[in-house]
Design a protein around this ligand. Structure first.
Ligand SMILES: NC(=O)c1ccc[n+]([C@@H]2O[C@H](COP(=O)([O-])OP(=O)(O)OC[C@H]3O[C@@H](n4cnc5c(N)ncnc54)[C@H](O)[C@@H]3O)[C@@H](O)[C@H]2O)c1
Length: 341
């Protein structure tokens, strides 16, 4: 009996706010964890909540208040960029561990406001920057240890994702905020903070109904530690061609992303190594780390809210630059180099 009680106490009851694609993925991963009980799901679309709740074997709820009142130990917020704000505030008011999907919001203002609420609440947070859990990213970090990055080339060459809000700027924030967030987060992780950006959008939206986002964006970035970089994004393809980063340090070239890591180093006759990545494992690891931390048995959350906010600020600076035609300087942040992992 005592053992049974101990096991029950060790179960983490998780609620989901938002019942779309990414919530379904988290529900599947969390459902495979023996120490997680999916307590319920809510969505502004009751049919979406009911469908995912049925598939995940849990209850649908009419709103965050009802879900939280049912008794949960941690909450995932899996809503589109424009819908961030109210869900997080409800979770933070209840002082519960909070997992938020990227991007943090469609704008800088909403994410800054929530960042202040997170700091005041002092709760555990995690953001879905699962690339930080790729083994190939860990290897890239090891290779770059003590070797300053001099050049960074980020790309996100993709299609328009099949969700109605995506091609609308004030709903998604645009491709740099919504899609390139993973690449920008990785650039910060591997090359450090960015001091200044200059971006251009082509002003020609993709040919889908209601679209007002740029079909193509390109940008230059100046990193605080001296590296120079570029970012190129497009949503004009019918498929995902490439999302990742190329990095150059003296005598070393890396190409890293969810598809793998390519390494070339040496002199005139460089040795090349190719390592496949395992994105599915990284998507499990990001949830595992959050649940372990929520249960108090681990501390491997690699992108808490404050850290993801720095990536979001960078993405928003690029979006502002593209919109205004002016370069944008990013304010320094003394804590940035301390908890960037
Ligand atoms: N980390 C990753 O790899 C990854 C992968 C996919 C999506 N995402 C991110 O997850 C977010 C959601 O993407 P998606 O593909 O699941 O979108 P989606 O449109 O499939 O689902 C979003 C759901 O949120 C619901 N919703 C909207 N406003 C809400 C609110 N205020 N309260 C509760 N529910 C609300 C919608 O009704 C919808 O069911 C996006 O920001 C996206 O970038 C991240």
């Amino acid at each position: 009996m005592q053992d049974e009680e101990a096991i029950l106490v060790d179960i983490c009851r998780v609620g989901l706010i938002g019942a779309g694609n990414v919530a379904r993925r988290h529900a599947q991963v969390l459902g495979s964890f023996p120490d997680v009980h999916l307590a319920g799901i809510t969505d502004v679309d009751p049919a979406a909540a009911a469908a995912l709740a049925r598939d995940a074997g849990c209850r649908p709820f009419r709103g965050p208040a009802e879900l939280l009142a049912a008794g949960v130990d941690a909450v995932y917020v899996c809503v589109p960029p424009f819908a961030h704000g109210t869900p997080e505030t409800a979770v933070l008011s209840a002082r519960l561990p909070l997992f938020v999907e990227k991007p943090l919001a469609a704008t800088a203002e909403t994410a800054e406001r929530l960042g202040a609420q997170v700091a005041a609440a002092g709760v555990l947070t995690a953001v879905g920057h699962h690339w930080r859990y790729l083994k190939v990213v860990e290897r890239a970090r090891q290779l770059l240890d003590g070797r300053p990055v001099r050049l960074v080339g980020g790309t996100w060459l993709d299609k328009v994702p099949p969700v109605g809000w995506w091609p609308v700027r004030d709903r998604s924030g645009g491709p740099v905020i919504e899609q390139a967030a993973h690449v920008l987060d990785l650039a910060r992780l591997l090359a450090g903070e960015v001091a200044e950006v200059f971006a251009m959008g082509d002003g020609r939206p993709p040919a889908v109904p209601g679209a007002d986002v740029d079909g193509v964006t390109t940008a230059t970035l100046r990193f605080r530690r001296g590296a120079l970089g570029t970012l190129s994004t497009t949503c004009l393809l019918g498929w995902k061609q490439r999302a990742g980063l190329e990095l150059v340090a003296e005598g070393l070239w890396l190409s890293v992303g969810e598809d793998g890591l390519a390494i070339r180093e040496g002199g005139a006759d460089p040795v090349e190594e190719l390592i496949a990545a395992d994105p599915a494992a990284a998507r499990v690891a990001v949830d595992r780390a959050f649940i372990d931390a929520a249960r108090g048995i681990g501390n491997d959350v690699r992108a808490p809210y404050a850290e993801a906010l720095r990536t979001h600020r960078l993405a928003c600076a690029l979006a502002t630059s593209a919109a205004t035609g002016q370069s944008v300087r990013l304010a320094g942040d003394a804590a940035a180099s301390l908890d960037g992992r």
